[in-house]
Write a protein that binds this ligand. Sequence first.
Ligand code: ADP
Ligand code: MG
Length: 589
Amino acid sequence: MNKIHVLDENTVNHIAAGEVVERYASVVKELAENSLDADSSFVKIGVFADKNSITKISITDNGFGMSPEDAVLAFGQHATSKITAQSDLNEISTLGFRGEALASIAAVSKVTLVTKERGSLEGTKVVINGGELRSCEAAGAPEGTSVIVEDLFFNTPARKKFQKKLPTELSHLYDAVERLALSHKDVAFVLTYNDKERFRTYGSGNAADVISEIFGDSLSKNLTEVSDKFSDINVTGYVSKPGSELRNQASGFYLSVNSRQIASNRLQWAVREGYGTLLASGKYPYAFLNIEMSPLDVDVNVHPTKKEVRFSYERTVMTAVQNAVYNALHDEIHADFESSVEDSKPKPEAPVKTLDSFVTEPGIAYFNDTGASFNQNRRTDIQLSRTREVESSGLRSDNADLRISKVISQIGGTYILAENEDGDLVIIDQHAAHERIMYDLLLKRRGVGGQELLVPLPLKLTRKEAAAVSGMLDVLSAAGYVLEPFGEDEWVVRSVPVLDSRLGEPEVVRDIIAETMGYPPADKEKALDRVLKTAACRAVVKGNTPLSLDRMERLVGQLAATDSPYTCPHGRPTFIVLGKEKLAKMFLR
Ligand code: ADP
Ligand code: MG
């Protein structure tokens, strides 16, 4: 006996709705996307709620509208005007293309659609309840389309139960609209709540305008512009300035690809990599970035709500994003300095532009014969090559916060108190600051070799340690440690990175050796980075060390001269600023 039958259309739409329509926010997203696809320059979103929940939403646009026939067809399953053949899927330039949103939404709510095609005399009004067409009639209407959705999930009680409290649902909804407004800066958006305006953008085409219209000036003041091109991929937008207030989670990422908002952990990662050690660990910046690239290289048909995409060359896209963020931040850091140099020095060359040059850059060739995989090494390569570039350009950071006019004192043997030229109180963590200074120094000397000890230091190693050392001699010497075997299990240390520091002490050398253990030979760059970070950490003044005023002044001066004075190499902040305005506020002045 046959058991299989094909499901009726309404059931199919309910199933599709399960994927596409999660809550009112997803309805708003789909409908507003339709408005954008209809070439609208204005989209108004109205939200209505009682005490407990959203009761109704309306989306009105001034787009090209629909004919009376299309207005009904639009609610059919897989009914779309955006693609006609399978091959169109390779190059999607609209936000929608699956033709299931209207059908899905109408299956689980009560929908009223009013539309008038551009240039036609009369409009159409269509009413659909729970997927059933109730009426379709001629109606007077302005050009464009307006869709009202009420009673979402009235016929799917299980779904309705999953709706969260009103504030949560509203925040999802606002987030959806904000994301669309941010990725469509030439379209004016208005969002109202119970007829009160929540926000408005003006479609000026300027991303900075949209950001400050939505988030206010205090956020937009703390952003720096990103604009970069890498192998036919344009990355533009804004990211948080280093040292500005950051977030503890990734909620400040607004990333879009060809104006489609997307979620991508890997691109978020690329943004944070662009910050490198400018970002304290566990902190997240704001990033409003649009990636413009050939639609042929983006597969948008991956996710029912189209929020994930797949790239043909994901690594390249990630590199483009990482470079763009890096360049923007370093322009920012150097901006002050450059403007104050009389014989305006040339800007540093933008970091390495082609993938090939990452491997062929002199100095990086150092490990080229290890057979290390290209991808594994590239990240460190990028970072190291950049460090070198910034050095060779002779530029240094000139962070206004750290223009110290007076070191005041030390507290707890750990923190340095100082005043900067703006009259702010600056509190410096002496250990973290010293670590940054040391790391900077070690990086600069990387590959140059260490400083020879007058009396070589004998060192007895366990068999395991000796094995690790033999495989990592090149890494150690790049860091400044030159070791040689000396008899059976005896070794000597001939040079160390920095004389007059703890870096020559046997226990420190042992710590460094321990860092190289456990790295396969292919991971030499990583091992070197770890070695340098550990060396930086061991070499420095610990907390709880009294320092003379003179010593403190030098330390603060050296910190200000590093490339990334904001954090230690492990990502902890090196200083905090209590601005004079903040102090005034605290004293209720
Ligand atoms: P998709 O957007 O994937 O094509 P939808 O179900 O969202 O599928 O919409 C179906 C069709 O209805 C669209 O292809 C479009 O032709 C039409 N449509 C929907 N909303 C609008 C609108 N606001 N303005 C003009 N046409 C619209
Ligand atoms: Mg759509």
